[in-house]
Design a binder for this molecule. Structure first.
Ligand SMILES: [Mn+2]
Length: 269
């Protein structure tokens, strides 16, 4: 039998092909905005052009950058799910004996924002085109336990395990996280680990990054699925100027991070 395949076939002539009438949904995953409102606005503008249905924020709204308070308010409005990061967790609990920088970032936020950040969930599960996907800030253990892009096999396994933090949902086959400000994707024996990168303080390249998932929400069976890494150029100098105007502490290493993506701990003294 000869089968003639055409790439751009007319749909009506192929009525026998079962095709889902359910449209694919797009879910944007953003993380580590860290008070950089200029970068957040650039990413949200980009999201708006891509017919995204949901936005999920993987945490670290605050600290490091100058406008955590405005970032919290914006994300509270536009994100469908907000997950607590390590900065969101510890900053509101600091006493006045903390370093002047930490006190500045703590006091830049309102009391109701401290409460909001501390009330956020630590983990979020979703089912998309037959894939159980789990999202959290840093690891399945805690937002304070870091798993780097170069990790051990045990750390990789740990990302997919149910813990007191994640609860007893179906163990995931895909895990997405933030925290390290470095986007990557790794597949290993049917499991996928990916990092969404950072919007406001990227340390892999100095361009804000985020991820778009595409699939059928809540569908337990197989269906088309996609994962895309997006990069959105923005005006880093504008945000550095805001930080300077507001008298933000640790300005010089912050500016170098935004310009070069070199982490402050690795910058020349
Ligand atoms: Mn972070």
């Amino acid at each position: 039998m000869h089968i003639h395949v055409r790439c751009r076939s007319v749909p009506e002539r192929h009525g026998h092909v079962a095709r889902s009438s359910v449209p694919l949904e797009r879910i944007a995953l953003i993380s580590d905005v860290h008070g950089n409102l200029t970068a957040l606005d650039a990413v949200l503008d980009d999201i708006e052009t891509r017919e995204v249905d949901q936005i999920i924020n993987l945490g670290d709204f605050v600290g490091k950058g100058p406008r955590g308070s405005e970032v919290v308010d914006r994300c509270g409005k536009v994100c469908d799910v907000n997950i607590r990061g390590n900065w969101d967790d510890f900053l509101p609990t600091l006493g006045d004996d903390a370093s002047p920088g930490m006190v500045w970032w703590r006091d830049e936020l309102r009391a109701d924002q401290h409460e909001w950040l501390r009330s956020l969930p630590l983990s979020h599960d979703l089912l998309l085109s037959g894939r159980h996907i789990r999202l959290f800030h840093a690891s399945a253990t805690s937002p304070h336990v870091r798993v780097r892009a170069r990790h051990t096999a045990e750390e990789f396994d740990g990302m997919f395990r149910n813990t007191p933090m994640t609860g007893d949902g179906t163990p995931p086959s895909m895990v997405g996280y933030g925290d390290i400000h470095e986007a990557f994707l790794e597949m290993n024996q049917g499991r996928t680990l990916f990092n969404v990168g950072s919007v406001g303080n990227p340390l892999d390249e100095p361009v804000p990054g985020y991820v778009i998932l595409e699939g059928v929400v809540g569908e337990p069976g197989p269906a088309p699925f996609g994962l895309q890494f997006v990069r959105v150029p923005y005006d880093a100098e504008a945000e550095i100027a805001v930080a300077a105007r507001l008298g933000m502490p640790e300005l010089a290493p912050y500016a170098t991070e935004l310009r070069t993506a070199v982490y402050r701990g690795l910058q020349a003294p």
